[in-house]
Design a protein around this ligand. Structure first.
Ligand code: NAD
Length: 498
């Protein structure tokens, strides 16, 4: 069996806490690996290692830091098959989807290759007599990232690439459910030329997270995961004076207007709701057709498509989606089907009976489709994070918009329409951070920023794009004067430039 320890100071080290967790292989329900769970002193050791290595890395010129990122890109490309296989085996998503997970992370590494440009300061010559002003961006020191199970490559890369390129040392605490890819990425970073101690992977659970939150030498924490933990991490990290950006759960709506191309809308819904077994923070989990006719026509097309979903093992490249991540999560998702039925929603497609031949112990669930869901129901209000789509029928566009705006989450949203006016109004007025117009999963590209609104995000700055550079650096502004020949004596009023 595979054993994951930690990656500290440029090498693998065994855990010393005596605590471990099983890493499952969701496609057949076997135990694939065992992962050490760090005690606080192991986290502290990683932080001290990182703090020792960081000043020299910060002084390494940005072009050289960028070159490490470029080498890293080459190595990820070279090992893409291997990474995708580990990812699919530990997470459960299919290999093509695992490649997408890696690719969306790679794009942020590509962005980080522009670090010499991205960290350039500003300069004003002659801001006053003999006075020049300039600003510079300096790294924070040691920073940490805590990441979820559902994107084992993408989200660690979103965190580590900008943080490290900016000159910080980075501690990654990946999900204990899928640590294989993060551990491999750390090895590849070292192979790419990153000095030892700049990227450390410390595996663990709440104990390791709390050790990060309380560590006096960690300057910033980036978190991605469920909303209750995001809020907890944000509160505790900021209480100890750290910068924090914490991204949480979601309930993403797709509004389908009466004029939408329904075939296109159904294609979009099927992929965005059921891809990766619905275990994406940008998955569509609520469809909102506007008008009874739209709803009826949509359902007519949607039902056979949900019934025809091809569920398969993670290694089956023909499958639409694979198993869920763990048996515990599968049970939780199934419990929401019971809740929905108790609440009076109409279960039009019931995937609970699905059995995967040859993989009877895997964590599979067929596609589930609820109609006549209302906004009071728990299946509407709560994040299910599985292959379950709820249809909430709205009478008007205003009612549909209001649903999106009053939901506690505000991560992603989409509208399907051919009406530019409606689309423009929606984009302007919807209270959600990432909006798709005839685009079902509007994850912004690496050079824009990613982040939700309301209880999908805690903190001010988004992930990747220009915000990531702001998050991982602090600005210093220098006002300099070379007052040759100027003698203006002491002044007791606040300086102005006249
Ligand atoms: P999770 O909150 O269970 O775990 C996330 C991280 O927090 C893991 O590293 C885990 O070890 C740690 N953790 C778990 N419980 C903790 C506790 N009690 N105290 C301290 N740390 C704890 O999330 P998950 O199940 O791994 O991931 C799925 C969730 O992540 C979903 O809610 C999904 O919407 C969300 N997500 C959000 C985004 C986004 O950008 N908004 C992206 C991906 C996933």
């Amino acid at each position: 069996m595979i054993h994951y320890g930690h990656f500290i100071g440029g090498k693998h080290v065994k855990g010393t806490s005596g605590k471990t967790a099983d890493v499952f292989q969701p496609m057949d329900g076997t135990i694939r690996a065992e992962v050490d769970l760090a005690a606080p002193d192991e986290m502290r050791n990683a932080v001290l290692n990182a703090a020792k290595a960081q000043p020299a890395w910060a002084k390494t010129n940005p072009q050289r830091r960028a070159r490490v990122m470029m080498n890293f890109l080459g190595l990820i490309a070279k090992h893409n098959d291997e990474l995708a296989e580990i990812l699919a085996r530990e997470h459960g998503k299919t290999i093509p989807d695992a490649r997408g997970d890696i690719q969306r992370g790679v794009e942020v590494v590509e962005f980080a290759c522009g670090i010499p440009h991205l960290t350039k300061g500003e300069y004003t010559e002659g801001a006053g007599p003999g006075i020049d002003i300039y600003s510079m961006r300096q790294p924070l020191g040691v920073v940490a990232g805590i990441t979820p199970f559902n994107f084992p490559a993408m989200i660690p890369l979103w965190k580590m690439a900008p943080a490290i390129a900016c000159g910080n040392a980075f501690i990654l605490k990946p999900s204990e459910r899928a640590p294989g890819v993060p551990m491999r990425l750390a090895e590849l970073m070292i192979e790419a030329g990153l000095p030892a101690g700049i990227l450390n992977v410390v595996n663990g659970d709440k104990v390791a997270v709390d050790a990060i939150l309380d560590d006096p030498d960690i300057q910033a924490v980036g978190f991605v995961g469920s909303t209750p933990i995001a809020e907890y991490v944000y509160t505790r990290a900021t209480a100890t004076g750290k910068r924090a950006q914490c991204f949480g759960g979601a309930k993403n709506h797709m509004v389908v207007m009466p004029d939408a191309d329904l075939d296109q809308a159904v294609d979009a819904l099927i992929g965005a709701s059921f891809g990766s077994a619905g275990e994406r923070c940008m998955a569509i989990s609520v469809a909102v057709p506007v008008g009874e006719n739209t709803a009826n026509e949509l359902m007519k097309r949607l039902v056979p498509r949900v019934e025809a979903l091809k569920i398969g093992a993670s290694t089956d490249v023909q499958a639409d989606y694979g198993p869920l991540v763990t048996k515990a999560h599968l049970d939780k998702v199934k419990s929401y089907i019971d809740i929905g039925l108790e609440e009076g929603a109409k279960l039009v497609v019931d995937g609970r009976g699905f059995k995967m031949q040859g993989y009877e112990n895997g964590y599979y669930l067929g596609g589930c489709l609820f109609d006549n869901v209302t906004k009071e129901m728990r299946i509407y209000k709560e994040e299910i994070f599985g292959p379950v789509l709820s249809v909430v029928r709205a009478k008007t566009y205003e009612e549909a918009l209001n649903l999106c705006n009053t939901h506690e989450y505000g991560n992603g949203v989409a509208i399907y329409t051919r009406d530019g006016d409606a689309a423009r109004d929606f984009a302007a007025n919807v209270q959600v951070g990432m909006v798709g117009i005839n685009v079902p999963i509007p994850v912004p590209l690496a050079y824009y920023t990613f982040g939700g609104w309301k209880r999908s995000s805690f903190g001010d700055l988004n992930q990747h794009g220009p915000d990531s550079i702001r998050f991982y650096t602090k600005t210093k502004t220098v006002t300099s004067r070379w007052p040759t020949g100027i003698k203006d004596g002491a002044s007791f009023v606040i300086p102005t430039m006249g």
